[in-house]
Write a protein that binds this ligand. Structure first.
Ligand SMILES: C[S@@+](CC[C@H](N)C(=O)[O-])C[C@H]1O[C@@H](n2cnc3c(N)ncnc32)[C@H](O)[C@@H]1O
Length: 658
């Protein structure tokens, strides 16, 4: 409950409100005498509003800033003493999967992934909170001091991190959002490969701020485009009914970006059907023609319009392209009809192709001749070469995907998930079949679903990295009643169910297909990793504050609750190795040893005591890297001995202790 102030009103605040009504553009956010942000006036702008003359512009510069920007920049550079702990029980297909599901605040997670995924991610899609005034925003350490926090009613996530409502009445409503997104995008930038791109969903509330921030981080020369996505109709419009949102797209480097042209969906569907019919009717073109035509015309709105231009000949399905174009004057040569030997009818505006190109196509059987010379000949375009590009506008009623998710999960567990087909479309253009795809505001894990679905349809091996805060479900929500205590539980279960469905669909289709035509079941597994404090014991006190008991405890510098696997993943992060690396556990000389294959190979042994025999055995295998526990060696002579053994047997192996 708000407290009565028991003091007279701040008149300057009232005056500011009055000026805001007349000149809303001059309102800005400033720091008050107490250091807290509040609404203020940009006097330079106000002066310009009142004078009409452009004043001396000596101090002007083009810059985008907000209250807290410097702190946001500092935050993106601040190191974290945290780690990612593997959780095998909640994972699916731990040994074989290349996918990751990471639980935790994405700011910390993005920092932790900087080494392992630097320049590795081909596509990032994010759908951050839009700053509706009702979203909860995770407060980074810099954003608020303890007193301010206690003045406000905050929520906690599972790890007691603070989540805040960001109502519009907040004096730095936009600044807080900018401070939230800025460091995350800066960190994301480094993860993108040189030919990588990021798509960010947003609506009108923060579009202009987001674009300015992206221009600063990615460079405005790397702006690829802004997709308008028309969603469902606005049920409660006050003035203009808002029926769309945006997806901003930036490249890490537009110069290195691939050309985004893909075979059109429609063409791929027709081609798949044609391949099926070819297998069924062998070379019986007439039967294929008939059934394909019937199939196209009965196949719903998606293929509408295809029937009138699709033909089948011995070489496959094609549609006759135009042999002429609207460029006047290009018609300079005669085409002789192959049967009648007479000059064919000429198109109105000349030919698009040169004579040589036309004759070459004719030689390959790629010209559709009329019965005689009275019909203008046309160029055949094979259906699989009919391409499409990403467009700046799409319509898709998103209520479909809400209903879909409700039925997949058996309850209404997540509001407004994004569209799987929309994500698949972005993936199809912006990724290759083996790309890494990341979503660090993953919500119900729509991006993971789309990655698996696209892999199923084109045989790809794209891998996903989802990051999601374990934001608690509200007590009386449907999600809570259905047993989901936080959003991560929803995301993981969605991937399990969607993956199961995709696998079943592929198996069903395979049951109908012949041996050589079988489709691959995509990777539907994922490794779960959870953000936690560092594996190492914290050293809190100055040297003179230590007593003997504390020193004894410190000899073992690793926290008691940490397992071998925790330590292994800490090492992978530190050494910049992929978290999807395959690894095995084996026993050498009675102790457990982890071998990691990826990234030049790593052998790790975290046993309490490691004998010389074991060290020699590991060194003999000459791994790229070897790691042990510091406390495994009784004293420095043992440590020196390890170094000597490796120098002798595996001089190229990097040896470390933790
Ligand atoms: C708009 S939703 C994303 C919805 C998602 N695209 C889908 O289709 O389900 C944004 C998500 O970001 C999560 N989130 C907000 N702040 C976060 C943070 N700091 N770290 C990780 N996730 C966060 C929220 O919990 C929420 O689930």
């Amino acid at each position: 409950m708000d407290k009565l102030k028991l003091e007279t009103a701040d008149l300057s605040e009232k005056n500011i409100e009055r000026i805001a009504k007349l000149f809303p553009g001059v309102i800005t956010e400033i720091r008050g005498d107490d250091g807290k942000p509040k609404k203020g006036i940009n006097f330079e702008l106000l002066r310009q509003e009142l004078s009409g003359d452009v004043s001396d512009d000596g101090g002007e510069c083009y810059a985008f800033t907000w209250v807290g920007k410097k702190a946001a920049i500092a935050e993106s550079n601040r190191p974290v003493r945290k780690t990612l702990r593997p959780c095998v029980e909640e994972s699916r297909g731990w040994e074989t999967t290349g996918n990751l599901y990471i639980e935790g605040d994405n700011l910390d997670v993005l920092k932790l992934l900087q080494e392992s995924y630097l320049n590795q991610v081909k596509m990032i899609y994010i759908d951050p909170p839009y700053n509706t005034g009702n979203d909860f925003i995770y407060k980074d350490s810099f954003a608020m001091d303890k007193d301010t926090f206690e003045e406000q009613i905050g929520l906690y996530d599972e790890d007691e991190n603070r989540l805040f409502p960001n109502p519009e009445s907040n004096g730095r409503f936009h600044s807080d959002w900018c401070s939230m997104i800025y460091p995350r995008l800066r960190l994301a930038y480094h993860l993108l490969s040189d030919d990588g791109v990021i798509f960010v969903s947003i609506d009108d509330r923060e579009l202009d701020n987001l674009k300015k921030i992206c221009n600063e981080i990615f460079g405005d020369c790397n702006f690829v485009g802004n997709i308008v996505w028309q969603t469902a109709t606005d049920n409660n419009p006050s003035q203009i009914s808002v029926e769309h949102e945006y997806i901003l797209c930036y490249a890490k480097s537009k110069a290195s970006q691939d050309k985004w042209v893909v075979t059109s969906d429609k063409a791929m569907k027709i081609d798949r059907k044609y391949q099926e019919l070819k297998a069924k009717y062998k070379e019986d073109i007439l039967s294929i023609q008939k059934e394909l035509k019937d199939w196209i015309s009965s196949n719903g709105s998606e293929l509408k319009g295809a029937s009138h231009y699709c033909y089948v000949d011995q070489k496959g399905v094609y549609y006759p392209g135009n042999s002429s174009n609207t460029r006047p004057g290009g018609y300079t040569f005669d085409i002789i009809h192959p049967v009648t030997g007479r000059v064919c009818k000429k198109p109105d505006y000349g030919y698009r192709w040169t004579e040589a190109t036309f004759l070459e196509a004719a030689g390959k059987g790629d010209v559709e001749w009329g019965e005689d010379e009275t019909t203008v000949p046309k160029i055949k375009k094979r259906i699989e070469t009919v391409t499409e590009m990403l467009k700046s506008y799409y319509y898709e009623d998103n209520r479909y995907w809400s209903k879909y998710l409700n039925s997949l999960m058996g309850a209404r567990v997540f509001e407004n998930p994004k569209s799987v087909t929309l994500l698949m479309r972005l993936l199809k253009f912006a990724t290759k079949k083996d790309s890494i795809v990341m979503d660090f505001f993953s919500g119900s894990a729509t991006t993971a679903h789309a990655v698996m679905q696209l892999n199923a349809s084109d045989g790809g091996n794209r891998r996903f990295i989802m990051v999601q805060l374990p934001e608690l479900s509200v007590k009386d929500s449907e999600a809570y009643r259905a047993g989901y205590r936080n959003i991560c539980e929803i995301g993981k279960e969605r991937i399990r169910r969607a993956g199961g469905k995709i696998r079943d669909e592929v198996l069903l289709e395979n049951a109908r297909l012949k041996a050589g035509e079988q489709k691959k079941v995509p990777d539907i597994g994922f490794r779960v990793l959870k953000l936690d404090s560092t594996n190492m014991k914290d050293v809190y006190y100055s040297a003179d504050e230590y007593d003997q008991r504390m020193l004894d405890a410190l000899e073992i510098n690793i926290k008691e609750d940490r397992t071998d696997l925790d330590l292994l993943y800490g090492v992978l992060l530190d050494w910049g190795m992929p978290l999807s690396s395959k690894h095995q556990i084996e026993t050498i000389g009675g102790v457990r040893v982890h071998t990691v294959d990826d990234g030049g190979g790593l052998i790790a042994c975290f046993a309490d005591k490691v004998s010389e025999t074991v060290i020699r055995e590991i060194a003999k295998r000459r791994p790229g890297r070897a790691v042990f526990r510091d406390s495994s060696f009784m004293g420095s002579p043992d440590k020196i001995n390890v170094e000597e053994i490796f120098k002798l047997l595996a001089p190229r192996t990097g040896v470390r202790v933790i």
